[in-house]
Design a protein around this ligand. Structure first.
Ligand SMILES: C[S@@+](CC[C@H](N)C(=O)[O-])C[C@H]1O[C@@H](n2cnc3c(N)ncnc32)[C@H](O)[C@@H]1O
Length: 418
């Protein structure tokens, strides 16, 4: 940790609001650990510190997204992401003859803002914009954002759901949702895989090795087990398969797009990835200690896209495409979009094209706008930034595909790697 990071951490820990919240989370954890006999599978610990009502990281009122928060997501900082994605949605709506858009886990509402703006600009708004957000706090923030900024005609299309809809037709989008779902941590020993549990002693959280908390937890590792060295640590996320089954249940027709950082199983469980992918984020510092400031930092792990694709097939969905974020966005026309934006000097969100109110006037402030667009392209597309680490998985049901195929997978489709 750099001296600057250490100072930042000390500042955070010294903040009385942070201390008071941290104490409440710890008191809650003490009760949960006591009820469970002293130790929990890591997945249960992660569930509590991220999602315990009123206490977990995604449930309590702190600032998480953007420069003043803990991390930045693509739609949050780069409107070109959502606007390109809108073009894929528009193509699906054209194939279906209409449909709704359902966003799962909408965070601050930034993606909804870009998607609605671009769909309006394309004249492709066909139905409702539905949001399923399990966090009451985030839902309130999304609603406030729409009340404040969204033109009334677009606002009228937005509805918050309490559960997954039945008979849904259209496009489902889940950006950086699966990586926020709890994982179990496993370690390879001579006798087979063991689980890393969490123990709470006094105020100290610590790892404790034990048996698997469910007998088939190590199932995704079966094809790779023999090649993995003793002491190899990794993560599995059975809850993602169950989640996908529930999404598939009420899904009648259209496309489901899952966007996240991750790999196919052969890369996820590569012998060289010997410490797993668990990461924590607090005030833009990434580290690997999930016991630091419980409830006040984000905890994530990469996504196993092979496991998701297998769960999708089991649930009766088709795997319609798999590619990198860079290839997907370029297939959707991000470069042409940026070029047009640059020439027009538009703002990007509830201001784009005929949908809205405009940003910097054409001819005025153009160089700044161009620099800003170039930054968006660099961050979204370059391999060392988000371009290769993030992948897009498309799942379909009853979708009559256009002859030219899905836009986002027209440059490169790597389904064969799953
Ligand atoms: C890292 S944030 C990403 C937010 C937003 N999609 C973005 O890209 O900026 C994770 C989001 O997933 C939501 N989430 C977690 N589990 C979920 C689930 N099972 N269903 C729907 N959303 C979920 C969280 O509440 C949060 O809004």
């Amino acid at each position: 940790m750099s001296a600057e990071d250490e100072l930042q951490q000390r500042d955070a820990a010294a903040d009385p609001t942070v201390q008071a919240h941290g104490a409440r989370v710890l008191a809650h954890l003490r009760e949960v650990f006591a009820a469970a006999g002293g130790r929990l599978p890591f997945a249960r610990y992660m569930q509590e510190v991220l999602y315990a009502p009123g206490l977990g990281y995604y449930q309590a009122g702190q600032r998480r997204f953007g420069a003043a928060g803990d991390f930045v997501t693509a739609p949050e900082s780069f409107p070109l992401f959502g606007r390109s994605l809108a073009r894929q949605c528009a193509q699906v709506f054209a194939c279906l003859g209409g449909g709704d858009l359902l966003e799962l886990g909408a965070g601050s509402g930034a993606l909804a803002q870009s998607l609605l703006a671009e769909l309006a600009a394309l004249d492709a708004l066909s139905g409702r914009y539905l949001i399923l957000e399990p966090s009451a706090d985030l839902r309130a923030r999304q609603q406030a954002r729409f009340e404040r900024h969204c033109p009334p005609a677009l606002r009228a299309r937005v509805h918050w759901l309490d559960g997954l809809p039945d008979g849904f037709q259209g496009v489902v989008v889940a950006n950086e949702v699966v990586d926020a779902m709890p994982v179990h941590r496993l370690v390879k020993r001579e006798s087979g895989f063991r689980e890393l549990w969490v123990r709470l002693r006094g105020d100290e959280l610590a790892w404790e090795e034990g048996p698997l908390s469910a007998p088939d937890l190590d199932r995704p590792l079966a094809p790779w087990r023999a090649a993995l060295p003793e002491g190899y640590v990794t993560e599995v996320r059975p809850v993602a398969g169950a989640w996908l089954h529930s999404v598939a249940e009420g899904f009648a027709a259209g496309l489901i797009l899952i966007i996240d950082y991750g790999y196919p199983a052969a890369e996820y469980y590569h012998p060289q990835r010997s410490a797993g992918t668990l990461m924590c984020y607090h005030r833009h510092r990434a580290h690997d200690d999930p016991f630091h400031l419980p409830g006040l930092q984000d905890i994530t792990a990469h996504v196993d896209f092979t496991a998701l694709a297998e769960a999708a097939v089991e649930a009766g969905l088709g795997v319609a495409g798999y590619t990198t974020q860079a290839a997907f966005l370029q297939g959707c026309g991000i470069l042409e979009l940026a070029e047009r934006e640059s020439a027009a000097g538009g703002s990007g969100d509830w201001g784009a094209g005929k949908g809205g109110s405009g940003g910097a006037a054409a001819g005025k402030g153009l160089p700044r706008r161009q620099v800003e667009l170039a930054t968006q392209l660099r961050r979204l597309l370059l391999p060392g930034e988000m371009g290769e680490a993030f992948k897009v998985l498309a799942l379909s049901r009853n979708l009559p595909l256009p002859q030219e195929g899905l836009l986002g997978f027209s440059i490169r489709d790597e389904r064969g790697r799953l």
